[in-house]
Design a protein around this ligand. Sequence first.
Ligand code: IMP
Length: 207
Amino acid sequence: MSKRNILVLATGNRNKYEEIVKIMSLSEWDVKFLKDFPNISTPEETGTTYEENALIKAKFCSELLKFPSLSDDSGLEVDALEGRPGVYSSSYGGVEGDSERNIHRLLKDLEGIPWHKRTARFICCAMFVLPDGFFHCEKGIVEGHIAVEPYGDNGFGYDPVFVPLGYENTYAELLQEEKNKISHRALAFQKMAEFLKEFDYENCSIR
Ligand code: IMP
């Protein structure tokens, strides 16, 4: 067994990989990017919850590569829309990954709704999976409001319309480093880092 145990991050997104590695700063684990392994992509996210989708991704990766794997799945839940877009956040506007359309639909759906009823939360599920099927999930939740129009140029997705509780600015108006300290993803992976520091990986089935 190698001194530093290998952990594969089941994402094809290098920005996400770098962000998560920074958040976790794990000295005991050598965290690899999925794209460092040739010809492997992430499977289709067919789950109906964040946990299911995160498990699909990490399980696929760890079964195929025979290494422990980490993944995440997140979304935005808006109270006035009964929790939508939720797990379907990335395709809410009709085109997968098209943030402009997603924001456009969200703001249209919330037209005329006053600030105090524009409450929402970002949720992230971080998932750790071993090749033998063991899994562990940690969640990060950030409460906030949906702005009436987009503000800010940083970040991605719904960042220009999400104002975290206690702030006057949207995620997209915060510096990347600021957002990464308080985000739902940061909270979930900080908790996961704590879990992994305590984890008895000497008994993991690493090849
Ligand atoms: P994913 O599961 O992390 O890829 O997130 C699914 C979708 O949720 C993304 O396509 C975004 O639309 C939205 N989302 C997740 N995290 C964030 C965030 O930090 N800022 C803005 N949008 C996000």
